[in-house]
Design a protein around this ligand. Structure first.
Ligand code: PEP
Ligand code: CO
Length: 448
């Protein structure tokens, strides 16, 4: 099946995993038609710029920081929430760039990350066996059977929330908030009082001094746009294919198809079947795309995915996001690095150290240990150093809030504390302090 014969609706003829059982097919089609008439959220030219930046990552000249919520929430949606998430990502980027001397390419799991693949179609909540929560784009997380019925009007609500989120993200990143002169302001109170917050403050103070030094040397800092704005891109799991199809538009400049719901789209471990609808959909759009790769992936499979998603071997087009688990990565990753290198595929390799390390605590909370996350990251760097490939980036679930969802880190969250501020609608996220702690560790690994 070639790209020339591709159309945004071709996926409909293929087996599509993880699609909701929409109760009313006509209502769904009406909503998809409505979405198809709405403006795109991003432009093709922006997606091309991201591909070019990802090509720098593939070439070992930059590092990808892809981070945000596991599942964005319709309920937890405010300017403060978006700003605080941006703050953490900007702080992490500063730590990485300053600490390792490598430019950090910032891509959020934001403005569209509303749908979740699930391991089981049902879940137990107390005594109830309910249809699984599939993300606010599909159903509600409230523990009641009616709330779990898929409702297509949620697709439109997701579009509008994505649009206003993106609007604010653009304002924050281009309108002065992301100015390097604001580097202190990004440090939130609850972070600033911690060890890692103080470590961050040291870097911020050094950046201040460097800026003053450059100004004293006669460099016109005002004219240096890169000091005052950042490029920030959006991404999400292209799970609900009707939504993605409706936002896929032909670029008038090139005649190519772009999924204008986000700059970058990825498919997850549960939807990356070679003959499946999701891989076919990603194969036709011209955005940069990602594919999650679990520990059971074989070298043959990964090379076939590369051929399918990037037959022209365009650098920056494909990011492989490994999510293997802290104990599996040492054995599972090296054969894949070898196979992809031997096949001359110029991929970005990113490490998702979250999804292979999830477990349920005695108290019933889905959680992850900071130490396991770190161990998987170390395994990622070790495997790449041995293979001579570039450990190109990280893919993280985090929030700007002071949540208690992941165990450990400098704040040393214990199992008995998980219930205190556990607000995620899906997977456990790093809080801002743990995220900055992690950025320092990654900077050390990058320097080594
Ligand atoms: C996710 O990124 O939230 C996710 C579900 O990942 P994966 O598809 O790798 O399990
Ligand atoms: Co997740």
């Amino acid at each position: 099946m070639s790209r020339a014969q591709w159309s945004p609706r071709r996926w409909r003829d293929l087996p599509a995993a993880q699609q909701p059982d929409w109760p009313d097919a006509d209502a769904l089609e009406r909503v998809l038609k409505e979405l198809g008439d709405l403006p795109p959220l991003v432009f093709a030219g922006e997606a091309r710029t991201l591909t070019a930046s990802l090509a720098e990552v593939a070439a070992g000249k930059a590092f990808l920081l892809q981070a945000g919520d596991c599942a964005e929430s319709f309920a937890e949606f405010s300017a403060d929430d978006i700003r605080d998430k941006l703050k953490v990502i900007l702080q992490m980027a500063v730590v990485l760039t300053y600490g390792a001397g490598v430019p950090a390419l910032k891509v959020g799991r934001i403005a569209g990350q509303f749908a979740k693949p699930r391991s089981s179609p049902t879940e137990r909540v107390g005594d109830l066996e309910l249809p699984a929560f599939r993300g606010h784009m599909v159903n509600d997380d409230a523990p009641d059977a009616t709330a779990r019925i898929p409702d297509p009007s949620r697709l439109v609500a997701a579009y509008h929330q994505a649009a206003s989120t993106l609007n604010l993200v653009r304002a924050f990143t281009k309108g002065g908030f992301a100015d390097l002169a604001q580097v202190h302001i990004w440090n939130q109170q609850f972070v600033a009082s911690s060890d890692e917050g103080r470590r961050y403050e040291q870097i911020a103070a050094e950046i201040d001094r460097a800026l003053r030094f450059m100004a004293a040397c006669g460099i016109d800092l005002k004219a240096e746009q890169s000091l005052h704005q950042v490029d920030f891109y959006t991404s999400h799991d292209a799970l609900i294919l009707g939504y993605e199809e409706a936002l896929t538009r032909m670029d008038s400049l090139t005649g190519d198809w772009y999924d204008c719901s986000a700059h970058m789209l990825w498919v997850g471990e549960r939807t990356r079947q070679l003959d499946g609808a999701h891989i076919d959909f990603l194969s036709g759009i011209h955005n940069p795309v990602g594919c999650k790769i679990g520990a059971s992936t074989t070298p043959t499979e990964v090379v076939a995915l590369c051929e399918r998603l990037n037959p022209e071997r365009t650098p920056g087009r494909l990011t492989l996001i490994t999510r293997m688990g802290s104990t599996a990565i040492a054995d599972a990753l090296p054969p894949l690095l070898e196979a992809v290198t031997a096949a001359h595929h110029p991929v970005v390799w990113a490490c998702d150290p979250m999804h292979g390390n999830t477990f349920v605590s005695d108290g019933g909370h889905k959680t992850r240990r900071f130490d396991d996350i770190l161990t998987e990251l170390k395994g990622f760097f070790t495997a790449h150093h041995a293979a001579g490939t570039w450990p190109g980036g990280v893919h993280l679930e985090l929030t700007g809030d002071d949540v208690t969802e992941c165990l450990g880190g400098f704040g040393d969250i214990l199992e008995g504390q998980l219930h205190e501020r556990y607000t995620t609608t899906c997977d456990p996220r790093l809080n801002a302090r743990q995220a900055i702690d992690l950025a320092f560790r990654v900077a050390e690994l990058l320097r080594a």
